[in-house]
Design a protein around this ligand. Structure first.
Ligand code: HGY
Ligand code: MN
Ligand code: MN
Length: 432
């Protein structure tokens, strides 16, 4: 089933971009400019650091402060609310037809360390403002609307998309070592098991999110209709050498684990560039032991992360990294897989609905993949049809205090989300 619209991943030719720009004029509707932005600014600023960035880690005091604020807003709107056993915020807005499946909206309430205002919080505050707009317009949907503010979507020792993987039943909490990691946050395997929801009651899951990359901003477009979410594949790589005296050990007699690890990282980065121009490779964390200035590192441990829409490409990079490791002298390497979240496709029917709504509202938009992982990924993995709407991140900055999205775009995105929900409520997903 082909879906209309251009896939930005084919890097739209300039003439095509020009045509999109000319043929559409984004009608700016300041629907909830004040209200949505106000909620976003208030809740999203919890955890603000002196440098303007935001740190609101999962299970933290700041996390639960933001959760309570949003829970209160949900209750003001007449929603039923709960905090589930793993710290997810869950709100329900009853529909007319109790037997209809629920339309689910969600995103995450946590941030990375020194992150931005919009990543995650835009989707949850946007979802809540959808309910506010329904009430403004005195509309009651046929379908129940459920809103999730997920806990610990960002990477952590619990593996990332933690809250949404608990809801979708994707975490086996009894894997050796995992109960101890849960205990660090006052959580337990029993909490994880009891957080699981019956996904059969869900018609679809929609997530409203910033792009976090620069494609929309660079192309001067206003909306991204997401086609799919890349994989997030992570390995813990250990380089084993021999620690020794930094002064008396001549250069030819060294087994320097950090030098070996550095050579592997540079080789892996180069290989990623060669394999595909949409393959990304990152070493975000590294530790060295014993970690003293005058001791040659005996061991280095790093996280190797790779992302792509096609599993064969990340599999190839991993195989190449392993064979390159064998050729690096004076140190041995060990690899442990820690995260294997494979790419997921958004539901073509939802893409079509969103694309048609954008066309009808003359919105400058394209269909594009997500280079970031999202809570929509576990939902898709467990069979729930997913759709995502992106708004531009200025200069593509994200996971950083300078993360910014124009309020105009926030309103446009929320309006497309609202119209998508009305369309789904009216005509559902069947025979789309
Ligand atoms: O890492 C990611 O892609 C997401 O922002 N957690
Ligand atoms: Mn993030
Ligand atoms: Mn996010």
């Amino acid at each position: 089933m082909s879906v209309h619209g251009a896939g930005i991943q084919e890097t739209l030719p300039a003439r095509r971009l020009k045509k999109i720009r000319q043929s559409t004029r984004t009608e700016v509707k300041h629907i909830f400019m004040s209200r949505l932005n106000e909620l976003l600014q208030t809740a999203g600023s919890i955890g603000r650091n002196e440098d303007g960035s935001i740190t609101r880690l999962g299970f933290s005091k700041e996390y639960f402060q933001a959760l309570e604020l949003l829970k209160g807003r949900m209750e003001e709107l007449g929603m039923q609310t709960e905090v589930d056993p793993v710290g997810n915020l869950h709100g329900i807005f009853i529909g007319k037809n109790p037997s209809a499946k629920a339309i689910v909206l969600g995103s995450h309430l946590d941030t990375v360390i020194k992150g931005g205002l919009y990543d995650g919080m835009l989707g949850v505050s946007g979802a809540i403002e959808i309910v506010a707009r329904l009430k403004d317009e005195r509309r009651t949907l046929n379908h129940m609307l459920e809103i999730w503010g997920f806990n610990m979507e960002e990477s952590s020792i619990l593996g990332g998309t933690f809250g949404s993987r608990c809801v979708t039943g994707m975490i086996d909490p009894d894997v050796p070592g995992y109960p101890e990691k849960l205990a660090v946050f006052g959580c337990s395997p029993r909490n994880v098991r009891s957080a699981r929801q019956d996904l059969k009651k869900y018609a679809c899951y929609l997530e409203y999110h910033i792009e976090q990359g620069d494609k929309l901003d660079h192309a001067g477009l206003d909306i991204g209709v997401v086609s799919g979410i890349v994989s997030v594949i992570r390995y813990e790589v250990t380089a084993n050498g021999i620690s020794n005296h930094a002064g008396t050990t001549m250069m030819d007699n060294r087994n320097d684990a950090l030098v070996g690890m550095s050579k592997l990282i540079v080789a892996a980065e180069q290989r990623a560039r060669e394999l595909s121009d949409t393959l990304v490779f990152t070493v975000g964390k590294i530790s060295v032991s014993p970690g003293q200035e005058n001791v040659i590192p005996g061991q280095a441990v790093a996280t190797f992360e790779m992302r792509h829409m096609d599993k064969a490409v990340t599999d190839q990079l991993y195989a190449d990294i392993q064979s390159m490791a064998k050729k690096i002298p004076n140190c041995d390497f060990a690899f442990t897989s820690t995260v294997s979240k494979y790419a997921t496709a958004c539901d073509p029917r939802l893409i079509r609905i969103m694309n048609e709504i954008c066309q009808k509202n003359r919105i400058r938009h394209v269909i594009m993949p997500s280079g970031a992982g999202h809570d929509a990924n576990p939902m898709a993995h467990e069979g729930v049809p997913i759709g995502m709407i992106f708004v531009p991140s200025v200069k593509g900055i994200s996971h950083h205090g300078a993360e910014y999205t124009d309020p105009r775009h926030i309103d446009i995105g929320a309006d497309i989300l609202y119209k998508t929900i009305l369309e789904l409520d009216e005509n559902g997903l069947q025979n789309k």
